[in-house]
Design a protein around this ligand. Structure first.
Ligand code: SF4
Length: 298
């Protein structure tokens, strides 16, 4: 599948570029809220088999005009060896490599991945060990370690946090997440997801827009510069505004968002809409009005 990088969602790396999205089956966590349980909790049994090679994947991406390859849908670390092979095949073909991960990975495989992968989106599921143990089958500290290692290696990182009513949305937990993120880097973009009933949490209500905006205000109080309400197609919660002068520096418009739903008068997608128009108004990653840094220009 060819996607825009914004759909991952990644907003501060090569805006508007296209990538080939691929995934398999399986995950090393078991989240009650999983939106991809059909892929994450199963194997390939009974499904059409696709046998391919790293070289074929790279050639297919080039042939389709993609600028990158994304490992996504299920958890990429379960097939990290193959990702490394694809990344090595892609060298010299002008393609970047992206991973959409839960960040729950041992130091050794992560160290190998960091040599080859350019862009990471890491989902932080909650900000207590209790939440990770009870709702995801894991623990928090490996995820935080992963994020620190990505930053230390100088690779591009964006974070996501799914706000689930009554489960990981206490003021204390949200504060803790943003305090930690600010220490990681105030320029790290954060995508706040709105929960929709799914998997073992089909009985839990959706997150209200008020809670989403409250969380964004907490992020602002910790000095975070780029915080987005993911899945929005109206308003300016999905636009990049210059944190210094307020100018619109990267605009995203979704003419057709097939997954969009209406909630409290606001249209937003269940996951992330495919933005049909991306306008990068920066000058090589800096605000055209005041020169403020927005993203690292390749
Ligand atoms: S980490 Fe992601 S894919 Fe894996 S179980 Fe959790 S939500 Fe599903």
């Amino acid at each position: 599948m060819i996607d825009q990088i914004e759909k991952k969602p990644i907003y501060h790396y090569r805006p508007g570029s296209k990538l080939l999205s691929i995934g398999t089956f399986g995950c090393n966590l078991d989240c009650d809220c999983c939106q991809n349980a059909a892929l994450a909790s199963s194997g390939p049994e009974g499904r059409a088999e696709l046998v391919t090679s790293p070289e074929e994947i790279v050639s297919f991406a080039v042939q389709k005009g993609a600028q990158g390859i994304a490992f996504t849908f299920n958890e990429p670390v379960v097939w990290s060896e193959f990702i490394i092979d694809v990344a090595r095949s892609a060298k010299g073909r002008g393609l970047y490599i992206m991973m959409n991960s839960n960040g729950y990975v041992e130091v050794e495989p992560l160290t190998e991945l960091l040599e080859e992968v350019d862009v990471f989106k890491v989902d932080v599921k909650g900000f207590t060990d209790e939440f990770y143990r009870n709702s995801c089958g894991g623990t928090l500290s490996p995820v935080l370690r992963t994020c620190h290692m990505i930053k230390e290696k100088g690779k591009h990182l964006e974070l996501a946090y799914l706000i689930i009513p009554g489960m990981n949305d206490s003021r204390e937990e949200i504060e803790g997440f943003f305090r930690w993120t600010a220490e990681l880097g105030r320029d790290v973009p954060v995508h706040l997801y709105r929960f929709m009933p799914a998997h073992r949490l089909s009985h839990v209500r959706s997150t209200g827009m008020g809670a989403m905006r409250d969380a964004k205000a907490v992020a602002a109080s910790h000095g975070l510069r780029f915080v987005y309400l993911s899945g929005m197609v109206e308003g300016d919660e999905h636009q990049t505004l210059c944190p210094n002068c307020g100018a619109l520096v990267i605009s995203r418009a979704a003419k057709d968002a097939p997954e969009k739903v209406v909630y409290e008068g606001t249209r937003l997608s269940k996951f992330c809409p495919s933005y049909s128009e991306i306008e990068d108004r920066t000058i090589e990653g800096r605000c055209a009005s005041c020169g403020e840094f927005i993203y690292k220009y390749p």
